[in-house]
Write a protein that binds this ligand. Sequence first.
Ligand code: RUQ
Ligand code: CUA
Length: 667
Amino acid sequence: MKAKGKSLASKGLTIAGVLLAMGLLIWSCGPREGAQEGTAVQQIIKQRNLDPDDVKAALETYMPPGRPDPYLIFMSGGHSGQVIVAGLPSMRILKVIGVFTPEPWQGYGFDDDTKAMLKASSPQGETLTWGDSHHPNLSQTNGDYDGQFLFINDKANARVAVISLKDFTTHQIVRSELMNSDHGGTFVTPNTEYIIETSQYPVPIGGTYAPLNQKSFDDKYRGIAVFWKFDRTKGLIDKSQSFAIELPPYMQDLSDAGKLASYGWSFTNSFDTERAYGGDMEGKPPLEQGASQNEYDYLHVFNWKKAAEVAQQDGKYRMVDGMRLIPLKVAAEEGILYFVPEPKSPHGVDVTPDGKYICVNGKLDTHVTVFSFAKIKAAIDAKKFEGRDPYGVPIIAFKDALHGQAEIGLGPLHTQFDGRGYAYTSLFIESKVAKWSLETLKVVEKIPVQYNVGHLCIPGSNTEHPWGQYLVALDKWSIDRFKNVGPLLPQDEQLIDISGEHMHLLYNMPLGVGEPHYAQAIRSDLVKPWSIYKMGTNALTHEIDPNATPSEDKARIERHGNVVDVYMTEVRSHMRPDIVEVNQGDTVHFHVTNIEQTQDATHGFGVGEYDVNLSMEPGKTANVTIVVNRPGVFPFYCTEFCSALHLEMAGYLLVKPTGATSTASAR
Ligand code: RUQ
Ligand code: CUA
């Protein structure tokens, strides 16, 4: 891990050379001033001890005030459960979207609707407060990003979330009882017909119990692939039109959808075809060892078009937890599932932009194995199989599917494409990114990264038309890159320029709010969010909320028995009503509307000690319910510094103890 320190001479660059190339030595405005400006810049460079590469990288990533970044990157937040949005190339964070974890700033998980959504996506009797977000996928139309939706999976609890890019908020979280953990999600098909989610660790189907011994593991434990149907007009997943496929108890890993030549198909790599399940205290090898014995595991090849048809045919599926499940036997017989041997516990499967090749990253093997979809299809059409796995799934011979193998290096994990004929593969063990040619399958260049790189992200890589200008390396370790902030180090997201013949590093972004597993990036101009909400919009449904209070004269308090409805408006700089008096034990529904239509005029609504916290963007209506069992006087206030009189934007919630006299009558 060598520290950066290059002599100018060894780089063959000079500061003046870089500045000249960048047009920073401005002689045109008169030799005198120009010379002075040039000197001023050179002084900064000297004072800050920068070298020519630093200066070049700084100039290439700097975004002047008011100029938005040309790309948006959506990074998963790992077990923070969130999605982090940043701009490229500046790497400035723009937003952290609350997804599987409540997010106080956005009031996410605090209002009735998002609270209910998080609860409904939890197992019976639980309200999960975290998730492990892994693989964001942008919605596609005709194989390219359309800028409308983002999906992400929760590995820990096997959930899938839908985020609308109209307001960058989470709109739906679904979960299937069929699996307890996932990993191969959320990969979309080229028209976002389906969102693919495959399980990681096999369990007995449907959340049931079965003992853990080899026979039980083989017979009762199963992997699952879910194809969630996406209803684009509603912007929601339709569980009733979704279907699942039962898989052997291997550990399915990552997925990718075919496109163009391979449209209608999808691919999932796997490990642990050994069917090891641990047991190191019972005299068995630990899982890592047991699962790494076989020379080959199986690439799962799905005909999802066919599966969608079969899932509609009576007798060919069974219903489990409200979902159509195609049994393994049917999947094998109907030509829905095939296996192709893939070397040694691989990780990550990536389909090339033309849809012709499927790249499987070696992990324990130094190659990226490139399979030809045409060859796979030919073998399937000719029914040319080398046998069947213990569950009856036809196996296509390795050589009959192989296009070629690229010798990449140690620990290949994930591959991205630049759309110009090159692939880029992360090398976890080497801490490098390898650029290689899809034509020759030869490495052309490697660049070191700091350190232990997992996923990579090239904007548009999984579409038919990648924008191959930048690559972001998502590094797990950042030792020696940033100021030590204690034993929990930030992650390191490294921006690399791949537009030229050689890759060069532009920026190291420390990320201390989650662990990005994967990221996808899109050209910013393709995302067209709202700037404000239409008056009275419920941010979850995107419809006018039935409790919206669109003007101050409609603000009111209604009491029905011991239920109190407070219809409140907010506008700079007051709430109406600003005194809410209720009785101990009442159920209080606050229906708050920010009646402003000015961009960025966001208010908040916080009631201390009752855990009430709403973010009220212009035009938004949000509802929150509390049962006031503790008497007392509770100030409420606007939590966003909205105006000069923000501190005055406050009021009182009076919870009258049983038997006390009313404040109102005393006034
Ligand atoms: S993967 S550990 Cu995306 Cu490399 Cu999940
Ligand atoms: Cu409204 Cu502060």
